[in-house]
Design a protein around this ligand. Sequence first.
Ligand SMILES: Nc1ncnc2c1ncn2[C@@H]1O[C@H](COP(=O)(O)OP(=O)(O)OP(=O)(O)O)[C@@H](O)[C@H]1O
Ligand SMILES: [Mg+2]
Length: 374
Amino acid sequence: MKKNPFFIKEIPVDAPFCDREKELADLISYAKANSNVVLYSPRRYGKTCLTKRVQHSLKTIGTLTAYCDLFGVTSVEEIARRIAKSIYTVTHKSQGMFNKAISFITSFRPVLSPSPDGGISVSVQTAFKTDGLRVLEDTMDSLERFIHDVGVPVHIAFDEFQEIAEVNDSIAIEGILRHYIQKIQCSFFFIGSRRRVLLEIFNDRARPFFQSALNYELKTLPEKDLILFIKSQFEKAGKLITRENASKICKLVSNHPYYAQKFCFFLYEETSKKVTSDDIVETNAILIKSERVVFESILQGLATKQIAMLSALAKEPTAKIYSASYMAQHGLGSTGGIQQSIKTLSKQDLIEKDNKTGVWSLVDPVFRTWLDSS
Ligand SMILES: Nc1ncnc2c1ncn2[C@@H]1O[C@H](COP(=O)(O)OP(=O)(O)OP(=O)(O)O)[C@@H](O)[C@H]1O
Ligand SMILES: [Mg+2]
């Protein structure tokens, strides 16, 4: 039996990919030109896997590519630590570069240990105790000197970059990072899904990063490419799906890259030889059920009135949130309360307003279906 050609875990860098040719070419050319880019989209549109593909391609032409994930950082020391770790991780296989990194980055020492998968895992230890902003400054200063000395082009991706805005002293942190990023001769990508928080860092005049990078938005997948992708993946793995059924999937997941992959993964398992309409209905229920824990944990983090607002927009997207009839029909309470809820839910990127129509709706299509049906 052939292997399921779809992925629910992270997609490998050499696995078939749907579309994104233009995005890949754009991002590679920005990186080669040493430009800085803010890459943003709602959750799971493929920012991280696209960045990994950009870096994979840059590596083949001799670029040193570091990937620094800032998810969950809670202190300035931790930010500095993750930066140092990303440099040690990318250099440890080349003795010459690794020695250079060690000689420049004096604030953290690398620790190499065998990992369970038979490879080497890299961690870092603080080399000396000092105040957090100083450690970040030292690390960025050593990064600048390392990049200057290393003699090859460098690309650094900061994933979940918006997290720095939630850390104490965030403006001072932004100030230090901006100071060095402006001077360092390489390309930086700043990636994130909490669009409001991320874009405010770059588009607010009062913030250090103001207008320091190109804004690049990743959209959903074009429907016609997604249909072809689904059909060809099924066919290559020995099963069949019609254009109409592939199109139904695109509609059900609103052309969302992650949900399309996940839907098709389950559907491939469900189908014996040829996908039927019933398989699609059943798979849709499986997909929604598989996300339940994630959705419930989002709701657990919200206040009752925010949940009411979210449910109202799932059931009935609207441009008239403050109309008396909408408020009464969905039991939304006071205007002040609604304002607060809208602010919190937008900041978390759970809802968004369409700029053209003014309609507010949920960002995540499967979350919307789940809320609407529960
Ligand atoms: N162009 C594509 N073709 C096929 N599958 C894709 C594509 N883009 C994304 N995916 C699927 O979506 C998954 C999620 O992608 P990824 O983790 O890169 O999203 P993200 O935008 O970084 O999400 P988050 O905001 O949660 O960090 C991938 O592992 C892959 O299965
Ligand atoms: Mg990501």
